[in-house]
Structure formats: C-alpha cells, structure tokens
Write a protein that binds this ligand. Sequence first.
Ligand SMILES: [Zn+2]
Length: 324
Amino acid sequence: MLIGHKKQLEFLRKSIENRRISQALLFAGEDSLGKKKAAFEFLKILNCRAEGESLKDKPCNLCQNCKLIEEGRHPDLLFIKPENRVIQISKIREAQAALSLGRQMAEYRGVVIDNAHLLNSQAQGALLKTLEEPAKNTVFILITSKPFMLLETIRSRCEVLKFYPLPYNEMEKSFKAAYNKYKAEEIASALFVARGRPGIAIKALADSQYLLREKAMFAEIGKIIGSGIFEKFSFVKSFLDKNKDAESINEFLDALTLCLRDLMQKKLKVYSNYPLVSFKEEVIEKFSFEKISQAVEFIEKIKFLISVFNVNKRLALENLMLEI
Ligand SMILES: [Zn+2]
C-alpha cells in the first residue's frame, strides 16, 4: 500500500489521461519515502483491467495485472536492483534482451531500477543507449536518493518527479488506519523517528529494537549539538566502535540533519505539529540560522564523500563535530 504522495500520483494519472506517458521517469527523494511503491502503483494504474472504472478509481488491486505487479511477479515487469551495492551492465543487457521479446499480457511494460545511482559507468552507458532508442509501450522508472550520481545525459532523458517526507498529520492518519493493531503510543514513537518517511515507520513498528535504537540516537544527537568538543569526539569514537558500515553512518547523518531542522524550527518558534527533539535554551540561542544551514550543507558534503570516495570516516565525522 502506498502511503501519501498524492500529488505525484495525480501527476502520473494526468499523464495517462492526456496520453503523454513518459518513457523514462526518475523518482528522486530520500530513502524510505515510498518511491518504489509509487512506481508499482503507477504501473498498476497503467495496466489495470478493471472494466468501467474511471482512472481515478484505478488500480483496482483485484485484476490479474494489479495482483501480479503488486506481488512483483508480472512477466512484463522487470525489477533491477543492486547486488553488493552495484548494478552491473549485465543487468541492463538482460533487460534489453527481455524487452526485445515483446509484451506478454500488459499494455505497458515497466522497467523499475531501484537505487539507480548504483549503476556503474558501463551500465549507465548501456542504459543511456536504451533510453535513446525507446521501446514502444515501455516505461523506465529510475529510483534514487542521489540523482547527482547519474549521468546528466540520463537525467535529461527522464521526467523527474521529486518525493518529499510526508506531513505528520498525514502519517498519523494513514498509520492509525492501516496499522490499528498497534497502540497509539507505539505509533507515535514510530512516527517520531520516521519524520515523514513511511518506510522507517513501518520498520520501527515491526522491529522494537530498531525503534529503541533510533529513539536513543535522536536523544543523543540532541545532547551532542552545542556540547563541548570532548563530548563530541568521544561520541564519534563510541559511535564508530559500534557502527562501521556506510549505511549506519548515513542513518546517523540523516538523523543529525533532522535534529538540526528541529533546532531551526525552535529558533523560528514556528508552530509544528511534529514532536521536536528537545534542546537547551542556550543551545537554541547559540546557533545562528547561518551556522545551522552551514552544518546541514557540510553533512551533505560528507555523505557524498563517504558514498563516492570512501574517505576516512572518523576524520570526516570529527570535522563535522566542529560545525555543530
Ligand atoms: Zn486492476
């Protein structure tokens, strides 16, 4: 089930209505927002066979096309994802071979490439060629949190759809309806750590250890921001002792960005229906808006350096600590 992203879906429905279906779409936005679910939802709408239903009532989720796409077993749906954090050219070649065979039962074939930024350069070259000579009735959907890692020539061939974290109200409404076997407090905690990312809320509800860890991380970051250099560096040390992989570091950096956003909101004293991380008054005063936005930019830089160049993580994080 897709949670939120109504505007994006509306845009895609309109493209069907106006018969202007893009042959290549790029769904960009941070991880865990539901971009992949949105891709499948679009392919279901495109191929739904519900008789007499208007477009806005599609997908029916009952016809054979809807069911097979939902289960990821549709013969006209190709799903490509990285193996060991890379997508090799062989995957693109397999897709090209499958496309040359023609459609089986869908009106539109779909090629969904998850984490498309992990296509290596040969694979990107091969994909570009395919996009330049588009097969009829075929839609490519590239999903990524790092569009800047794709060739400009690929990006320019795609219609880009941006995805954003969902507002709290929308998350609360959807989760209370769809996950009603959980208590209201459990849902509230999951939504606090999820910060508008449905995938994280689902993970937090399913895994209480993960939820506790995330909550502890937000509390710790709340304490670290604005604290002394000794506390910050010992935090980096103990964090890296426990978390060595790039993914955990990325999660930490995302959480730090979210905490800095909270700090910004506290400074602005704007109303937020989101539960915010707590900060001491002196920390709120100490940070200027400029300093906060500089720190957020610095985090983006570090994320890029860690994901692309495999820089020394301890040094990177220590440098970051000097910014907060
Ligand atoms: Zn259907």
